[in-house]
Write a protein that binds this ligand. Structure first.
Ligand SMILES: NC(=O)c1ccc[n+]([C@@H]2O[C@H](COP(=O)([O-])OP(=O)(O)OC[C@H]3O[C@@H](n4cnc5c(N)ncnc54)[C@H](O)[C@@H]3O)[C@@H](O)[C@H]2O)c1
Length: 444
């Protein structure tokens, strides 16, 4: 359970507007904004969003109750969302959405009015962290100047739009692989590193610092180490702000965390799992750089190990070979194709194979996650929860957990955790599925 600033169980009611600020106004961010506007105007349905379409079971099975999640917990309404962000390219969101080419022109046309009003603020950017991109819309000066400007941007955005609250969701590129450095070992060290413009501090970390300093919850949609550094964990606790990450769980990893728990439940062995992708969007181009790919690879590889527990089941999973590749292939644009080959084994060790060919659309899968994360983080803050929000692991490839715990990757356990957190917040009975219905007629 996340830390609680209050123990009175009171959730501050939703009032006024909620701002959603995104570092990185590329494919995911523009598909998200365009989608919300399309839904608000009645052109589309919020498919893929738990906050909008999900129902939650409450109470005993003898009296079935399944309210909509958004009617059960007090979430910000779509009409009260205001969008903004930063990018090193000056394109407004209409132009960026057309370039990203996720949505068809007719869908962009329907919401172009809103999209063209959203212009990126100047980015905090250091090309050593994203080698394949260069743009001019950047904040001059060093890391302390970036932090001050980003904090001012958040305050101005709030003022300009008359907002009550703001959450920040990282939708920027995957940065080059970093390991924890001394510069981020404590908040004091980070403050010094910002003053000294220490190159070991990646831009993503400066955005998160600015958000937390302004009291804005922060979700990390990429695999960069950001809010999981000791410095920012300390800041999130100090300022009592909820945080979560990392790396949106879409596409191939989503499939992995659906299928692997099923194989494990039936004790079907696995000799190997080979995953490869072709994708041609800007994300693919960035990931073509080995340093950015390494960050992504770390995040993708951790999943199977935790679900299958080879230490506990050595004969089933002890020799499993797991390999993940991403290939940049421009003709595909955002419409990625993910191939998986699973070499599995059954009764008496007989080998079998499963092949998956997922023709997916990356940003279409990611957009509803941005919406849910923004609304749930805002809920968490109004409920007085702060620090790591492990109940939002459901949305991440590499879920953030408190030190000493292992991350839970099984999608179905993650969903149970999310729903039980909502039940707990609303003083409803937690559902454990433990009821013994042959002698307990009101079993849950
Ligand atoms: N689409 C998915 O399914 C998915 C899944 C998991 C994670 N992600 C991650 O989400 C992020 C966004 O993906 P995308 O497909 O929108 O990529 P994208 O390349 O279309 O958009 C990223 C944007 O971030 C901008 N950017 C880079 N560094 C920045 C900085 N320091 N400040 C401000 N802007 C910056 C880039 O200019 C670009 O416009 C990536 O890190 C990606 O790995 C995406």
């Amino acid at each position: 359970m996340a830390r609680m600033a209050r123990t009175d169980g009171v959730i501050t009611p939703v009032k006024g507007k909620l701002g959603i600020l995104m570092p990185g106004l590329g494919a995911v961010a523009t598909t998200f904004i365009a989608g919300v506007e399309s839904i608000r105007r009645g052109f589309s349905e919020p498919i893929g969003s738990v906050t909008q379409m999900g129902h939650i079971r409450l109470g005993k099975r003898t009296e079935p109750k399944f309210p909509l999640v958004r009617e059960f917990v007090p979430l910000a309404h779509l009409d009260d969302l205001v969008f903004g962000g930063w990018d090193l390219f000056e394109d407004d969101c209409e132009t960026a959405a057309r370039k990203a080419a996720v949505l068809e022109p007719r869908h962009i046309d329907q919401v172009a009015g809103l999209l063209r009003t959203i212009r990126p603020m100047r980015a905090a950017f250091d090309p050593t962290y994203v080698k394949r991109l260069s743009g001019n819309n950047v904040i001059p000066g060093g890391r302390r100047d970036w932090a001050n400007q980003l904090r001012q941007d958040i305050r101005d955005f709030k003022m300009r739009h008359g907002l009550d609250r703001v959450v920040v969701v990282w939708c920027g590129s995957t940065e080059a692989f970093t390991t924890p450095s001394e510069a981020t070992l404590s908040l004091a060290a980070l403050e010094r590193a910002l003053d000294e413009n220490d190159p070991r501090v990646p831009p993503s970390l400066v955005y998160a610092y600015a958000a937390l300093m302004e009291g804005c919850p922060y979700a990390n949609g990429a695999p960069n180490l950001t809010v999981d550094t000791p410095a920012l964990l300390e800041l999130a606790d100090k300022n009592q702000v909820p945080i979560c990450g990392k790396d949106f769980k879409t596409g191939q990893t989503l499939m992995k965390t659906i299928i692997a728990p099923g194989l494990k439940a039936r004790l079907i062995g696995l000799n190997g799992w080979f995953s490869t992708n072709i994708l041609g969007n800007r994300d693919g181009e960035v990931l073509d750089d080995p340093e950015s790919f390494k960050t992504k690879e770390e995040s993708k590889l951790s999943v199977l190990h935790t679900i299958l527990q080879p230490d506990i089941y050595p004969s089933l999973y002890g020799n499993m070979y797991h390999k993940v590749r991403i290939e940049y292939y421009p003709p595909r644009g955002d419409n990625k194709e993910g191939w998986d080959n699973l070499d599995i084994k059954g009764w008496l060790g007989y080998p079998m194979q499963i092949k998956i060919d997922f023709l997916c659309r990356d940003s279409i899968l990611a957009a509803p996650l941005v919406l849910d994360l923004a609304l749930f983080l805002d809920l968490a803050q109004r409920a007085g929860m702060y620090g790591i929000q492990e109940w939002l692991s459901f949305y991440f490839k590499s879920p953030q957990v408190r030190e000493g715990l292992y991350a839970e990757h099984d999608l179905f356990i993650q969903k149970l955790k999310l729903e039980n957190t909502l039940r707990h917040l609303m003083n409803e009975e937690i559902i454990t599925h433990l009821g013994l219905d042959y002698y307990e007629p009101n079993a849950t």
